[in-house]
Design a protein around this ligand. Structure first.
Ligand code: PEP
Length: 248
């Protein structure tokens, strides 16, 4: 079986109830997408967005942007995977570089969160990516291999885990790696996942970092790129829709 194709949008700390109209537009223009489509809004919008998409024949899935490793408890301000699931989420982004930087998240914490997501029945989208200094130092493949080894729990399968390669220096900058650089990292990820997991050859691998309507088709043509994790260009249906079309 080939890996599933996924166009995932990360709204980060953007959007409000009025922004849910973008979901209507996306569903209207892409009523039968040829790939899975996911939007990960801020936590307060998960439930209203899930309610909105369920009225739209469920062609769009809804996800969280982080979860706690515990199912419940005294963790002020945090949200558990169980609560995300209860609110209508099917996926959760974990280990995004902004979480690793802003909140000091380690590979071990990402692993624990992903295991919690799996227990709750969520698909974990686990992010990895090198800094610009690491790329310039020729360390990219070592960094990605170490993050892969350290951030994915045992029990990960192609059904409950997606890996997103997001070079930190490409996020929100308008800069992207060359096709060869993306291909090199995705080949490494495919090799490592296949060596470690029984169905690692079927895990979906996303590229993320300044994906836009104008470069999506070229990026999706690269071997082992099974979709994208999109930040800025996921906020408007007029930008995200063409990316969905380029994939599906
Ligand atoms: C992201 O933050 O996951 C991302 C890829 O952002 P952007 O598409 O804006 O570069």
């Amino acid at each position: 079986m080939a890996p599933r194709k996924l166009a995932a949008g990360n709204w980060k700390m953007n959007g409000d109830l009025a922004a849910l109209d973008q979901i209507d537009a996306l569903a209207r223009d892409h009523a039968a997408p040829g790939c899975d489509v996911l939007i990960c809004p801020p936590a307060v919008l998960i439930h209203p967005m899930a309610a909105r998409v369920s009225g739209l024949a469920d062609t769009i899935a809804v996800g969280g942007q982080d979860c706690h490793a515990a199912a419940s408890g005294a963790h002020t301000g945090d949200i558990s995977a169980v609560q995300l699931k209860d609110a209508g989420a099917s996926h959760v982004i974990l280990g995004h570089s902004e979480r690793r930087t802003d909140h000091g998240e380690t590979d071990a914490e990402v692993t624990a969160k992903a295991a919690a997501a799996h227990r709750a029945g969520l698909v974990a989208i686990i992010c990895v990516g090198e800094s610009e200094a690491q790329r310039d130092a020729g360390e990219t493949l070592d960094v990605i291999a170490a993050q892969l080894a350290g951030s994915i729990p045992e029990g990960a399968t192609a059904r409950n885990t997606v890996i997103a390669y997001e070079p930190i220096w490409a996020i929100g900058t308008g800069r992207t790696p060359t096709n060869d650089q993306i291909a090199e990292v995705h080949q490494l990820m495919r090799d490592r996942l296949t060596a470690r997991f029984a169905d690692g050859d079927q895990m979906s691998l996303l590229y993320g970092g300044s994906v836009k309507p104008g470069n999506a088709a070229e990026i999706f043509a690269i071997a082992h790129v099974n979709g994208a994790l999109v930040g800025g260009a996921s906020l408007k249906a007029s930008d995200f829709g063409p990316i969905v079309s380029a994939l599906g």
